[in-house]
Ligand binder design. Structure first.
Ligand code: GAL
Length: 731
């Protein structure tokens, strides 16, 4: 009996140990030093790659490059509006195949940080929220609001369950080691007061209740409730401390560059500055750094937010929009990662001993208590290099730099000393020519003021379109008395349109009069110009254009779009006539959209104009169609749209994105400085279109007979359009 009991107890103990060691084996936890994986503290280097911003065919290559670049983790947001285009109707196909993406990361051998949000910001249309969510009765986004919380919980649960079903959390043996709930909620919470506080508490509880077995993160939220880890986003994060002493220092967005907006300059962040920022964070005790973005990619279709965010989301990232290495950024960071990894054990084992070596110079020494010694020697002076003595040896420290000495003696890396080669990118003719060019003029003449939707007054654009198209026609009729004096040679009356954004094209009696645009900082604008009216009925047709819905700002779901201000006629005999409250008819989208002119398979429902006439459009709203053979080789391909104006492009029915040859204005051609930190942004491209080239993924192309469709809003020259290869050399 006694032996049986002893053996039973032994078996029980053994099983418990095995079970608990199994839990430790695949569990992810954290302590004050770092994320702890399989019982080991880790310094984790991570990079953002957003799956819908590239094609599934590109994913493995991008992730492999990330691994070769020394990363451990791929970070991605989850894009709700891509996954649930209408309530209950889900899409996890193609670029939205989240499970495939995560399994690709797993196959390559990296971890995943899944930032579910579901608010994501990200310069993505509506910050990732489906537009239908705005129309859920009684809803108010990102606050203590029942309908919002129910919807957010529903989607978050769905994603978590999907991951669990596939065994993708690290607690199940999968690659997901971290998840994020919400995104940069701190500023909102402060603005919303107690409702914000209750919401953040609720969000934390809801997320933790989903029992993923891996830690949750909230970025830029100082009040992240336990056990959620609050993390930092920014150009520098060494000023950051977590809200509890037992949480590790995580940097969820180390901005590798910046996004671009149409009409804005291209932004670059020098890699020396980025490497310096990362080294500073690590020497402060940071143990997780995620580059936002590591590969920015492309805002295909109408996914760009803003408004006015460009289709390219290159971000000056280490892997460029096309999937090519951007040097010296990629390799310099790779060397940095190597130096950090050589130092990992000591870094996670101790807090540093700090020694002053000069006014701007410092040594931070880490040791693992078993004899290993790591030193970070820094020089914070912006311009002056320094000579320092450390452990009786002399070291030269370039200005604004950190040297890493994984053995406290030999410098294996200095953040300002770039040894990597440079990449030289050229967009070269691909040899593919456009043939069978045809044109279809958008039907403006048959626009009528007897459409299905009419109202007394001006309606918000998104309320009418529900964002099913960028375009909404506002149509009304104006009666002019034959006695009006301007009809007898006087000054034309002035039409004034006050719009909440983002652009308008003005047509009167079928004639185009002009356009006006807002910009990202100021979406509102006023159009004001004389128009020629005739005695009797005149038809005013205003095409209001959305250029991506806002993705950030307090209650951006309530911001208006379209011609909601007023429409006035000035200079009539009666003086001013306010058209704002009269009958308006609305037509959602363009006729060419309704006819699905972009479809490569449907037989065309319209007569296209062919031959030499095809190239001579007389009106701004024009559709072009052409064919081309796939460029040879395997270099990435782009459309050069320099000769066009503004619109959208499709290839074989796939929406390449919005294009706009808006010229970069503002503070181009300079690097600027911010606060006490050396600013990380340089601007270039003044006087050039912000975005001239548009990525066409190779997988969208076939060897022969690819169909290109352009919808041109302003007028352009199709004969100047070409396909180019992106050719890169390194030296
Ligand atoms: C952050 C945000 C990201 C992205 C970034 C700018 O504040 O969390 O989603 O919008 O700014 O690119």
């Amino acid at each position: 009996m006694g032996t049986v009991l002893v053996s039973k107890i032994l078996t029980f103990l053994l099983t418990t140990i095995l079970v608990s060691s199994a839990v430790i084996q695949c569990g992810v936890t954290y302590d004050k030093k770092s994320i702890v994986i399989n019982g080991r503290r880790r310094i984790l280097l991570s990079g953002s790659i957003h799956y819908p911003r590239s094609t599934p065919e590109m994913w493995e290559d991008l992730i492999t490059k990330a691994k070769d670049g020394g990363l451990d983790v791929i970070d991605t947001y989850v894009f709700w509006n891509g996954h649930e285009p209408s309530p209950g109707n889900y899409n996890f196909e193609g670029r939205y195949d989240l499970v495939r993406f995560i399994k690709t990361v797993q196959r390559v051998g990296l971890y995943v940080h899944l930032r579910i949000g579901p608010y994501v910001c990200a310069e993505w249309n509506f910050g990732g929220f489906p537009v239908w969510l705005k129309y859920v009765p009684g809803i108010s986004f990102r606050t203590d609001n029942g309908p919002f919380k129910a919807a957010m919980q529903g989607f978050t649960q769905k994603i978590v369950q999907m991951m669990k079903n596939e065994g993708l959390f690290a607690s199940q043996g999968g690659p997901i080691i971290l998840s994020q709930i919400e995104n940069e909620y701190g500023p909102e919470r402060k603005a919303l007061g107690s409702a914000g506080q209750s919401y953040v508490n609720w969000a934390a509880k809801m997320a933790v209740g989903l029992q993923t077995g891996v830690p949750w993160v909230m970025c830029k939220e100082d009040d992240a409730p336990d056990p959620i880890i609050n993390a930092c986003n920014g150009f520098y994060c060494d000023y950051f401390t977590p809200n509890k002493p037992y949480k590790p220092l995580l940097w969820t967005e180390a901005w590798s560059g910046w996004f671009t907006e149409f009409g804005g300059p291209k932004v670059k962040r020098p890699v020396e500055d980025l490497a310096f920022a990362v080294a500073r964070f690590i020497q402060k005790g940071g143990s997780y750094v995620n580059y936002y973005m590591y590969h920015g990619g492309t805002n295909f279709g109408r996914t760009a937010g803003g408004p006015f965010i460009t289709t390219s989301y290159d971000y000056d990232a280490p892997i460029d929009e096309y999937g090519l290495l951007q040097e010296p950024k990629y390799s310099h960071l790779k060397e940095l990662h190597h130096a950090i990894k050589l130092s990992e054990h000591a870094l996670v084992s101790s807090d540093p001993t700090i020694t002053k070596l000069g006014n701007y110079e410092q040594a931070r020494v880490f040791s693992d208590g078993k004899g290993s010694c790591v030193a970070f020697l820094s020089n914070y002076h912006i311009n002056s290099p320094a000579k320092v003595t450390f452990k009786n040896r002399h070291y030269d420290l370039p200005a604004w730099s950190i040297s890493i000495l994984p053995d406290c003696s030999n410098v294996v890396f200095n953040t300002a000393t770039v040894r990597a080669k440079n990449s030289h990118v050229e967009m070269v003719p691909s040899g593919s020519v456009l043939y069978s060019v045809a044109r279809y003029d958008e039907d403006i003449a048959s626009l009528s003021d007897h459409t299905a939707i009419t109202a007394s007054g001006l309606l918000d654009q998104i309320n009418v379109t529900r964002d099913s198209s960028d375009y909404l026609w506002y149509i009304t009729s104006v009666d002019i008395k034959p006695s009006e004096s301007f009809l007898r040679g006087g000054k034309w009356p002035t039409l004034t349109i006050d719009s909440a954004g983002h652009a308008v094209h003005v047509f009167v009696n079928g004639h185009f009069y002009g356009s006006a645009f807002g910009n990202r900082e100021n979406r509102r604008f006023v159009y004001s110009a004389p128009v020629n009216l005739r005695a009797g009925a005149n038809r005013i047709a205003l095409l209001s254009v959305a250029v991506g819905l806002p993705n950030v700002g307090l209650h951006f779901e309530r911001w208006e779009t379209g011609i909601v201000g007023s429409v006035m006629l000035n200079g009539l005999d009666e003086g001013k006539r306010d058209l704002s409250w009269q009958k308006w008819s609305y037509q959602v989208g363009l006729k060419g959209e309704a006819l699905n002119l972009v479809s490569p398979t449907a037989t065309s429902p319209v007569e296209w104009i062919r031959g030499s006439l095809a190239k001579q459009s007389r009106q701004p709203l024009t559709w072009y169609k052409a064919y081309f053979d796939g460029p040879k080789g395997n270099e990435p391909v782009a459309l050069d749209l320099r000769s066009m104006g503004k619109g959208q492009a499709w290839i074989n029915g796939q929406n390449v994105g919005r294009y706009w040859m808006d010229y970069a204005k503002g503070d181009c051609g300079a690097c600027s400085y911010e606060g006490t930190y050396r600013q990380s942004k340089c601007h270039s491209g003044c006087g050039e279109p912000t975005q001239r080239w548009y990525h066409v993924p190779r997988s969208w192309l076939k060897p022969r007979g690819n169909m290109l469709v352009l919808l041109e809003e302003l007028g352009g020259d199709i004969s100047g359009v070409s396909l180019v290869r992106r050719s890169v050399s390194y030296n």
